[in-house]
Structure formats: C-alpha cells, structure tokens
Design a protein around this ligand. Structure first.
Ligand code: SF4
Length: 328
C-alpha cells in the first residue's frame, strides 16, 4: 500500500564498496526523490564512486565514508542530521542495527528473498514499492553529467578515435574471476573490420595488444570517463567489458554495452535493454546468482571446471563478442 507520508529528509546508505553497487542504487535515489519533491536527499557512500552523484539534481549532499569505518560513519551521519527516512543497501558491520536503533522509518534489508532472475536495481525498487515508498519499479540507472562535462567527453573521444561509431574496450576486471582471456583476439577481429578500438587502461595494465592493435586512453577521472562513455553513446558506439563498475557506468550514461558475464548471472546483474549481455557457461552448477560472494570461485578465481582460469569467461568466444560489438 502507498505510504502517504512525505519524507522531508532522506538518507540513502550504500557502503557495499563497489562502484557498480552505487550505480545499481541510483534508481532508488531517483525514485525516492520523485516521490518526495523538495526533500533533502543525502547519500552516504565510499570514494571513488561518490563523485558520480556529485552533480545529480536529486541529491542534496554526498557524504563520504572511509573503508573499514562504515558503522561509525553511519552513526555520525544519523547524529549530524536526523533523517525522516533511511534506506540502506548495506548489511555488514552492524549497520542495520545502528540505523534501526534510532527509531526512524527505515528499510535496511534490500536483499530479502531475491529471485535469481530479477535485476538487482529492480529488486531494490520492488521492495521499496511493496513498502509503499516509491511508485516506479522500471527505472534504469542514470548518471547525471553537466553540459560542460559532455562537451569535454565528446572532444576527448574525437581526439582518440576516427569518425564513425567507436568501440571502447574496458579490459580491467577488478577481480581475477572476471578476467576475460580473449582481448587480443577481439582487437585483431576489430582491426580486421577496419575498427581501431579505444582501450580504457587500468590495473592491471592490458597486454601489448593494447598498444599494437588499439589506442590506449590516457588515465582519466571517473566523471571524465563517464562523459567519454556518454559521447560514445551519442555517436552510436559500443563499450565492451566484464561486469564491472566502469561498464555499468557506461550503460548508465546511455552507451550501448556488450557485457561479458561469467561468474555473475546476467539475468540478475545484466546491464539492461540498451545493450547485449553475454553469459559464459550458463549452466555452471557452481554459480549462485543470489549469493555470489559465497561462490567457490569468487574471491580467488579458483574455478573447479578449469585449471587455467574461470571457464565461464573463457567460454565467451571472441567471435561472439565481435558480432555483438558490431551489431548495434
Ligand atoms: S565455477 Fe568456474 S565456470 Fe562456474 S561461475 Fe565460477 S569461475 Fe565461472
């Protein structure tokens, strides 16, 4: 039932630790702001993702928490300005108990009974809709950029690509279990079709193929990278990469994406209808779509199905990714 209360001061807590986690909570922030016009909406999160909500008209203030000190950061924020409503994605470190102890309206478990084939963002919204707190459940993640940032992103893209529809590769996996072993073959395939892709370099650095077959992008800040991805979208281009924060960011600024899903289930973590989500080894019996951190392979990339790396990532062939990259 619809909760008729207007909440004048709302605190959204996302301290899960990943850039992609923050992108997935953006629809919650936007739906709460729409339901409560004029409300002060504060977001408590970590760096470096905090900059992604900096210019967002729905966000009144962004507060940064240090890693390892999350519960204290939540307590300090609740003390600094008592919110009327708190919504939290985060359940570690006693954070739900800290919030609930203040006796304000709160939703502290957005992970209850997740269906294995429901997108995380949509699940968050459905729970809040069931609590009567939001109206929309089909809001895609969206990152706000300023006009000046968009102009700069378009100029950077023009400086590093030929005219036409660009292809941007984002090989950095963040975790070894998401590493895709076929980047060089994809770059060769793109070169064979006359496309010299742009490569977002990261840690670890891509191999020699990035210098030989592609154009590495100089290091850039997160917002400038988001603006560059927005320009890729404006030019009808494609961003290719595994299930990581930067690729999720590309989808959230309107770029077409080709998502390489291995250990995570595309049905739950997919990037959305504007792109193509490819799933390696869809029948892997070790995949746990609603409890990925408990998967046998998750933390150390030890795959029971292959000695030389995640079998699901290797299963995504360069040809299938090449076809998807050029299909837009
Ligand atoms: S067990 Fe292997 S194939 Fe299965 S999800 Fe994990 S890394 Fe992928």
């Amino acid at each position: 039932m619809r909760d008729g209360t207007r909440y004048p001061d709302i605190l959204v807590v996302d301290l899960l630790g990943g850039l992609g986690d923050l992108v997935m909570v953006l629809p919650v922030i936007h739906a709460l702001a729409r339901r409560n016009p004029g409300a002060a909406v504060r977001v408590l999160t970590h760096a470096p993702g905090d900059v992604l909500v900096e210019s967002d008209p729905a966000v009144t203030e962004v507060v940064r928490a240090e890693k390892g000190d999350e519960r204290a950061a939540v307590a300090a924020e609740l003390d600094r300005r008592r919110p009327a409503l708190v919504v939290s994605t985060t359940r570690h470190s006693g954070i739900p108990e800290e919030i609930e102890s203040r006796g304000v309206r709160s939703v502290t478990n957005l992970w209850r009974n997740p269906p294995p084939d429901e997108q995380v963002s949509r699940r968050y919204l459905r729970i809040l809709a069931a609590e009567g707190l939001v109206d929309d459940v089909d809001v895609p993640p969206s990152i706000h950029l300023t006009p000046a940032e968009r102009v700069r992103g378009a100029a950077t893209l023009a400086d590093h690509t030929d005219p036409g529809r660009p292809v941007v590769l984002v090989p950095g996996a963040g975790m070894a279990v998401k590493h895709w072993p076929h980047w060089a073959a994809l770059a060769r395939g793109l070169a064979g079709r006359g496309t010299s892709p742009l490569v977002v370099t990261g840690d670890p650095a891509p191999g020699a193929w990035a210098e030989e077959l592609a154009r590495p992008l100089p290091p850039t800040g997160l917002r400038d990278l988001a603006a560059l991805f927005a320009a890729v979208g404006d030019r009808g281009g494609t961003v290719v990469g595994p299930d990581t924060g930067p690729v999720r960011m590309a989808a959230a600024v309107g770029a077409r994406t080709v998502g390489l899903f291995g250990p995570t289930a595309a049905a739950r973590y997919g990037l959305g209808p504007a792109g193509v989500d490819l799933q390696g080894l869809p029948g892997c019996p070790h995949r746990r779509p609603t409890a990925i951190t408990e998967q046998v392979c998750w933390w150390e990339a030890r795959c029971p199905l292959a000695a030389d790396g995640p079998a699901c990532m290797a299963d995504l062939s360069p040809d299938s990714v090449l076809r998807a990259s050029h299909a837009g």
